[in-house]
Design a protein around this ligand. Structure first.
Ligand SMILES: Cc1ncc(COP(=O)(O)O)c(C=O)c1O
Length: 410
């Protein structure tokens, strides 16, 4: 499979960490993506231009800093299924979640609830809770958390849609992690968005575990807004660039409240320092601050690779890799007594991550595989998350991992 893999050469574009002097099996691209070898060059170019030009680099550097947020638009739009005007790289994920909610969570006295998946990522939960309190509401009344049916580990789309319908007069916002960070479930964005809109609510998504992992059609699926971070599958570096999607139909919603800053102001007037904020149309109008060039440069290095490969080819390999991993894990004798794969087994309901719910000795098994050169991820209380990433993981990685894991269970 590695020999006939059209993406086999991409692996050599990345720096793969070593454990005990040996190349690791890096299955944690869902937490921190690997460094492209080209990142140094991209960042160095900016450092050199800063040295050469000082402040004039805003105009004269190879990629003029004044317009830097524009350089990632095309690639981000392709990855998210958006128009370039609908996306912009800025800030960090939680900051962007707040900025989006200020505009798109508009509770009224009767319609003020937020529908989310139970067990959402901590930062998202805190953002929702604090937004609700900001509007003078009680999180216990305003946040509805959807849990899987008894005995299930993931939500069924029909149940999500039904919950939205049942509460159609109360819900102001439906917001899901598009790929759930713990279970790895890839939710049906189109169906959830459609149901939210039918109910008269706004639909938003946290793409932290989805962007660069699964195919997205945010524009076509009518999603109102989305946020993501760039340090997982997008390989933009620790704490790297985040971004937002705002659907075109909101491009000129200047009536919406928003927290403003000069980088969101009309570009031609930005330096005139006049009174009165006039937002740019599209996602750009939600920017606050001038662009962080060094982390932005790191992002461009990775986006260049994404652009060359394309999400279709990535997804194709991703499905093969993860299906292969699932197949090998289920070949382990007596596996049902040792672990349960809580991630859905249908490819269309998952990205590359598999979450293994350990029935016994979970932490011990995790420590053993770590000592044997696997870099994976342990989630309390009992889940090992593994993510073969199609850009840099091989079928051999998957095979080796399965062998190591099988031995660690003994
Ligand atoms: C689903 C999800 N939401 C939010 C965050 C927090 O992102 P940030 O630190 O960029 O705000 C993460 C980070 O891993 C995440 O996985």
């Amino acid at each position: 499979m590695d020999r006939i893999d059209p993406l086999r050469t991409n692996r050599s574009q990345f720096l793969i960490p070593k454990v005990n002097g040996k190349t690791s099996i890096y299955f944690t691209g869902n937490s921190l993506g690997l460094q492209p070898k080209s990142t140094k060059q991209f960042v160095n170019e900016e450092l050199n231009d800063w040295a050469k030009w000082g402040v004039e680099g805003h105009f004269h550097s190879k990629r003029p800093w004044l317009y830097y947020h524009k350089f990632s638009k095309k690639a981000l739009a392709k990855i998210t299924g958006a128009k370039p005007s609908e996306v912009v790289a800025m800030n960090q994920l939680t900051v962007n979640l707040h900025l989006m909610m200020i505009s798109f969570y508009r509770p009224t006295s009767t319609r003020f609830k937020i529908l989310i998946e139970a067990g959402a990522f901590g930062s998202d939960q805190y953002a929702f809770e604090s937004q609700v309190k900001f509007h003078g509401l009680n999180p216990a009344d305003a946040i509805i958390e959807l849990s899987p049916r008894a005995g299930d580990h993931t939500l069924r789309t029909e149940d999500i849609v039904k919950s939205i319908e049942d509460k159609k007069d109360d819900i102001a916002l439906v917001i899901f992690g598009a790929v759930q960070y713990y279970s790895g479930q890839f939710f049906d964005i189109a169906k959830i968005t459609e149901a939210a809109h039918k109910a008269g609510a706004v639909a938003g998504f946290d793409l932290a575990h989805a962007i660069g992992n699964v195919p997205l059609q945010l524009h076509k699926h009518n999603v109102d807004f989305a946020v993501w971070c760039g340090y997982k599958y997008l390989n933009s570096g620790p704490g790297g660039m985040s971004g937002v999607f705002v659907h075109e139909r909101h491009a000129q919603r200047f009536d919406l409240p928003r927290f403003a800053g000069w980088w969101g102001h009309q570009e031609k007037e930005r330096f005139q320092m006049k009174k009165g904020f006039k937002p740019m149309t599209g996602a750009d109008g939600w920017q606050l601050s001038n662009f962080p060039i060094l982390t932005g440069a790191a992002q461009l290095a990775s986006l260049e690779i994404f652009d060359a490969v394309g999400m279709i080819a990535l997804r194709k390999k991703s499905i093969l890799l993860t299906d292969y991993l699932e197949f090998l894990l289920k070949e382990i004798p007596d596996f049902e007594n040792q672990f349960h794969i809580i991630t859905p087994s249908q490819s269309r309901e998952r990205g590359c991550q598999l979450s293994l719910l350990m029935k016994k000795n979970g932490k011990k098994v995790f420590d053993r595989i770590t000592q044997t050169g696997v870099i994976a991820d342990w989630r309390e209380p009992d889940v090992i998350r593994v993510a073969p990433v199609p850009l840099y993981n091989s079928f051999e990685d998957v095979f080796q991992f399965a062998e190591i894991f099988k031995n660690a269970l003994r």
